[in-house]
Design a protein around this ligand. Structure first.
Ligand code: SF4
Ligand code: SF4
Ligand code: FES
Length: 597
């Protein structure tokens, strides 16, 4: 039987050496070719479980190997491919210590449902033939035989809402643009993913670029556009390459250009590289940037579906939204609407990161609970630590505490609790995370990213930054919390764009759910999580310390010394970084009140 070996060459696995694994497997296949007609090696996009990469999957047997190294290649070919024997040490081990052979039996994958990621990690993204062999461009062919109204009705029936953040109904947006008589019209793909920790859109563009193009082509047919742009953040070198290559391949096949598949419809797409400004993820700033102007937002009293790019009707959707469209056209809007919840249909892709055992790229039905996502798919919190909070929606979102782990993940519920879906970044925090410092981190980030055009955002963020820095440094004052709340509500009401109006969310949700931590910083000069250096000292609990000296090995300032050849002590050279506490398996290092204040 001819087998295919899928080697994950997404960004995470690439960083862990998957290109070398791919080369070694190719060489091992060539060496074994004399014995049998074995297989081919295919480099794919992100397979999901980045934490345990590089990942290798052997098809059609569906044997999945984790943390594969180049020196494993020969054994994989000889044992698994030729002799059909699994290699235990490369298999996933579940929580009971059992080896898991197939991807579908791994709990990380078992609870997922893949629509947007249907080809990511399965096909060679560089090959249009592979995309077509997996059903690609069949939705475009179908759409070419449909009227604009029929296409839009499917999208409306699907109930899909924009995956970029705001959750606006996609079908409604398309219809508003389709009914306008004016020309030209444009479609745009927003690939300016800039949230810290997010890599959903980059992974889709890198791992399945044709599905994005196909979705955009269908959108263009529906609204009557003949030109489209993919705005991709400059740092996504792989995604830019991948999308450009896909556009060229589609042009060669007559899927783009003067005559789409021999019809009288024409369509041209091009890639625009973003300059690295987070604000350009905001639709009006993004369009301004494409036009060659400074990427600053404008007031949205006229919607961009009416006057968008160069003042023309424009439909802008993000990468994940576009990639769902071919599925909707092929399977029918109704089928898509059967997945998820009534108000949030379909699935959602998340980049699950932070203090969670299995970090990676996941796609789950809308309505799944945070508990299931973090504990069943993500495997829970590493090192037996306690879950503290999860940030959804990146810098524009908010945090959700442990008491709300059972709420469903959908657009409206997250909003109700002060956060938002955002584009899908999900950062998990354990009890070693300080919520005040966490809010300060995001405010710092946004301070650097605010374009400065409107006062509430520009000044509000700076003022918040200074208050939060003072609190974390031990100089917080009574009334600071109330002041933060007041600034936050002014920013929400008065900022020009979504960056400013959502920027206070991390601050307001941490105050809402962790007010006691703010109070401990201000009133007691204490950081309960032991993170704020100015307020924290570390001490060794000699009753639980086992003298293993793991702490000594990680201390960057050599502040840990042995006591009479036995247990360690922390000296005055301690910098307060907390690395020793993180590494101690016996919880023998405790954060106590202290530090420089
Ligand atoms: S790592 Fe923990 S148990 Fe080991 S010596 Fe340091 S404090 Fe003691
Ligand atoms: S907190 Fe950092 S600097 Fe201080 S003892 Fe621990 S590892 Fe060393
Ligand atoms: S990059 Fe390989 S699993 Fe994500």
């Amino acid at each position: 039987m001819t087998r295919t070996i899928l080697v994950c060459c997404g960004t995470g696995c690439r960083a862990n050496g998957s290109m070398d694994v791919s080369l070694a497997l190719t060489a091992a296949v060539a060496a074994a070719a004399a014995d049998a007609n074995v297989c081919c090696v295919t480099e794919t996009g992100c397979s999901g479980l980045c934490e345990l990469g590089p990942l290798v999957r052997i098809m059609p047997d569906d044997i999945m190997y984790y943390r594969v190294r180049p020196f494993d290649a020969h054994e994989i070919i000889q044992k698994t491919v030729l002799a059909g024997e699994p290699i235990e040490r490369l298999l996933f081990k579940d929580s009971s210590g059992n080896h898991v052979l197939h991807q579908a039996d791994n709990p990380f994958y078992g609870h997922q449902k893949k629509i947007a990621l249907r080809n990511v990690g399965i096909i060679d993204s560089r090959s249009i033939d592979e995309y077509i062999a997996h059903g690609g461009y069949s939705a475009l062919a179908r759409a070419l035989e449909m009227t604009s109204d029929e296409i839009i009705r499917e999208v409306e029936e699907s109930g899909i809402r924009g995956r970029g953040g705001a959750g606006f109904p996609t079908g409604r947006k398309w219809r508003s643009a389709a009914v306008l008589e004016s020309s030209p019209k444009y479609v745009i793909c927003n690939g300016d993913e800039g949230d810290p920790g997010a890599f959903m859109d980059g992974s889709i563009m890198d791992g399945d670029p044709h599905s994005v193009l196909e979705g955009m082509m269908i959108g263009a047919l529906a609204i009557g556009a003949e030109e489209g742009f993919l705005y991709i953040r400059d740092e996504y070198i792989q995604a830019v390459k991948s999308m450009k290559k896909a556009i060229r391949a589609a042009e060669k096949r007559g899927l783009l250009g003067e005559s789409i598949l021999g019809t009288n419809r024409k369509l041209y797409f091009s890639v625009v590289r973003g300059g690295g400004a987070f604000v350009c993820g905001e639709s009006t700033a993004l369009m301004s940037s494409i036009e060659g102007n400074v990427g600053e937002p404008r007031a949205k009293y006229i919607h961009s579906v009416e006057k968008g790019l160069w003042g023309c009707p424009t439909v802008i959707n993000n990468v994940e939204t576009w990639t769902n469209i071919p599925f909707i056209i092929n399977a029918g809007g109704k089928k898509f609407a059967e997945i998820g919840t009534e108000g949030s249909t379909g699935t959602k892709v998340f980049a699950l990161v932070g203090k969670v055992k299995y970090t990676g790229l996941v796609e789950v039905p809308m309505g799944i609970t945070l508990r299931k996502l973090i504990f069943e798919i993500g495997g829970g919190i590493p090192n037996n630590r306690k879950f503290k909070a999860v940030q959804t929606g990146g810098p524009s979102g908010g945090c959700i505490p442990a008491s709300l782990l059972d709420i469903p993940v959908d657009f409206d519920t997250l909003k109700e609790y002060g956060t938002m879906m955002g584009s899908g970044g999900m950062i998990v925090m354990d009890d070693h995370s300080c919520m005040v410092e966490f809010a300060r981190y995001y405010v710092n980030f946004l301070c650097g990213e605010s374009c400065g055009k409107c006062t509430p955002c520009r000044e509000g963020l700076r003022h918040m930054q200074s208050i939060l820095t003072n609190i974390c440094s031990g100089y917080g004052r009574e009334g600071d919390i109330e002041l933060l709340e007041m600034i936050g509500s002014t920013m929400i009401d008065c900022s020009l764009c979504a960056l400013g109006s959502s920027a206070p969310n991390p601050v307001l949700t941490t105050i809402r759910y962790f007010r006691d931590e703010y109070e401990a910083h201000i009133r007691e000069h204490r950081c309960p999580a032991g993170v704020c250096k100015a307020l924290t000292a570390f001490s060794v609990n000699h009753a639980t310390c086992k003298g293993c000296m793991a702490c000594n090995a990680v201390c960057p300032t050599r502040a840990i010394v042995r006591l009479n050849g036995g247990f360690p002590i922390i000296t005055k050279s301690c910098d307060g970084c907390g690395s020793c506490r993180d590494v101690c398996r016996f919880n023998a290092i405790e954060a106590v009140k202290g530090g420089r204040v």
